[in-house]
Design a protein around this ligand. Structure first.
Ligand code: SF4
Length: 166
């Protein structure tokens, strides 16, 4: 690995540990698992989903505590290992400086915080699921709709997550 590669990887680690939105249920309702990973994931404490179309575990992930606590484990899910959001890829490719990327994360967290007040509180049901449900149920509050649409656009633009209702 070259010095530039190492520097990029360090920046990526700083970004991911400052963010965690892909582990905390703010970008995804669930994460994928391979069928061979289901039992070990369950043993780790993940809430495993076994339906054929959605084999994985639900978010928020209980193994996120400011950083992934099984990052070096042999049971670390492959999807977690391979997933890179758009922002991370841009930092790794040196197209976005780390301070700018950290500001994007901060802005995303602020938008999320502003929306939380419109949603039923829950530590078990992900933010994303509560947001999707609220939108599908036709929450007519104008402020909610404006902020929800702003977050959708922001998440698509900077994190590359489009299928918000998936
Ligand atoms: S196992 Fe680790 S990387 Fe995967 S969702 Fe949980 S905290 Fe995130």
């Amino acid at each position: 690995m070259t010095d530039a590669d190492e520097a990029g990887e360090t920046q990526g680690t700083i970004l991911c540990t400052s963010c965690g939105l892909c582990c905390t249920g703010h970008l995804f309702i669930w994460s994928k698992l391979r069928s061979v990973e289901l039992d070990s994931a369950r043993a780790l404490g993940l809430n495993v989903i076994r339906e054929p179309r959605g084999r994985g575990f639900s978010q928020p992930c209980p193994l996120w505590h400011g950083q992934c606590t099984i990052y070096t484990s042999p049971q670390y899910p492959r999807f977690c290992h391979t997933y890179k959001c758009k922002l991370l890829k841009e930092v790794l490719d040196e197209n976005t400086p780390l301070p700018n990327a950290l500001m994007v994360v901060q802005q995303a967290m602020e938008l999320i915080q502003e929306l939380e007040v419109f949603l039923p509180p829950s530590s078990e049901i992900s933010f994303r699921e509560r947001l999707v449900t609220s939108m599908q149920q036709g929450n007519t509050n104008t402020d909610f709709q404006l902020k929800a649409n702003a977050l959708l656009a922001f998440v698509e633009k900077y994190f590359g997550v489009r299928d918000f209702f998936d």
